[in-house]
Design a binder for this molecule. Structure first.
Ligand code: DQA
Length: 144
């Protein structure tokens, strides 16, 4: 596992401002620093991408298939209904780990369903920003 792509979906750019009681008060920039430090610790190269647009996330997944060894994705609310992102994950064949900052099973009922989960190699939810770091650890060890 040499190159990891981290994708963040809608509203995650507002981390720190957005519902801090749920997502914490650390900024998106702070998250990117944590991720890049983790990549260095793992000896991996890493790119971080954020978009509020479904098509842009799909394009990024398509482009990742030849240039990355694995993906960590927090698809935000798209997690719960985007069959298009699910199909893109199935199409690219590289391992993808689903992450969530909050425990999606302990919130609104619609959040307990992930349409992307079945096509990811695993899911990590509920550990705050550490969910991303745990996903990166899991991805570098994954050999399924
Ligand atoms: C989230 C959980 C989603 O239900 C929500 O729509 C988000 C963030 C999380 O990281 O906890 O935008 O993916």
């Amino acid at each position: 596992m040499k190159k990891i792509l981290v994708i963040n979906g809608p509203n995650l750019n507002l981390l720190g401002e957005r519902e801090p009681g749920i997502y914490g008060d650390e900024s998106y920039e702070f998250l990117t620093t944590l991720i890049m430090d983790k990549a260095e610790e793992l000896g991996a190269k890493c790119e971080i991408f954020q978009s509020n647009h479904e098509g842009a996330i799909i394009d990024k997944l398509h482009n990742a298939r030849k240039s990355f060894d694995g993906v960590v994705i927090n698809a935000g609310a798209y997690t719960h209904y985007s069959y298009a992102i699910r199909d893109a994950i199935s199409a690219v064949k590289i391992p993808v780990v689903e992450v969530h900052i909050s425990n999606v099973f302990a919130r609104d009922e619609f959040r307990s369903k992930s349409v992307i989960g079945p096509v990811c190699c695993g899911s990590i939810s509920g550990f705050g920003l550490s969910s991303y770091l745990m996903a990166m650890d899991a991805l570098v060890k994954y050999n399924g």
